[in-house]
Design a protein around this ligand. Structure first.
Ligand SMILES: CC(C)(COP(=O)(O)OP(=O)(O)OC[C@H]1O[C@@H](n2cnc3c(N)ncnc32)[C@H](O)[C@@H]1OP(=O)(O)O)[C@@H](O)C(=O)NCCC(=O)NCCS
Length: 172
């Protein structure tokens, strides 16, 4: 299991994703209605140059053995052309609305800032109200709409972007 490097709350910690997390990551993906990556794609991503942009959130599990935690959610992003592209974020159904999605998003945005990336962007289904509200809460704004971008079912995509460097480069 990867070592946590940020205990965001008493029971939640964020850590780099490792290959040991992948069975649970794929299980969460399959239950979250996301476009499918699958085990092999996450594994390949972990071998590549974006592996420092893949995080998991663990929640300690009082009802189980002491010290045992459950993988509650994950986020993966890529860096390209000075932009942080957030690809997937998902939280296990039973752990939603506890701030874990927000913790994961804040961590990846902080990582973008550490890498001095000026902008983050992502795409989402126009009808995904939970994700839209979460992203707005984290400072993203809708900047474009892509007609019929998604299939099964066909749906528009919203493109959202957030400035990352404001805190590091304050205006005079
Ligand atoms: C989107 C998702 C990651 C949010 O995770 P989460 O851990 O429940 O989110 P948080 O608890 O951090 O929510 C933070 C804020 O986002 C908003 N939000 C989250 N879920 C919401 C919902 N179902 N309806 C409305 N607003 C919601 C709220 O403003 C919430 O703050 P609040 O609980 O204080 O009101 C989760 O719903 C999920 O995994 N969905 C399926 C996968 C998915 O759609 N991913 C995004 C692909 S683009």
């Amino acid at each position: 299991m990867s070592q946590p490097f940020a205990a965001v709350r008493d029971d939640v910690s964020i850590a780099r994703m490792t290959e040991h997390d992948l069975l649970e990551v794929v299980e969460i993906e399959e239950n979250s209605g996301l476009s499918r990556w699958g085990w092999a794609a996450y594994y390949a991503e972990l071998q590549g140059r974006h592996r420092n942009l893949m995080f998991v959130a663990r929640i300690s599990n009082p009802e189980r053995r002491r010290g045992v935690s459950t993988l509650a959610g994950y986020i993966v992003a890529r860096m390209g052309a000075d932009e942080l592209h957030i690809n997937n974020v998902a939280v296990r159904d039973e752990y939603r609305r506890r701030g874990i999605g927000q913790d994961l998003l804040k961590e990846i945005m902080e990582q973008g800032r550490r890498l001095r990336t000026p902008v983050a962007f992502l795409e989402l289904r126009a009808g995904n109200q939970a994700a839209l509200t979460l992203y707005e809460k984290c400072g993203f704004k809708v900047t474009a709409r892509r007609k019929n971008y998604y299939s099964e079912p066909v749906e528009d995509a919203l493109v959202m972007t957030a400035e990352l460097m404001q805190r590091l480069d304050p205006s005079p």
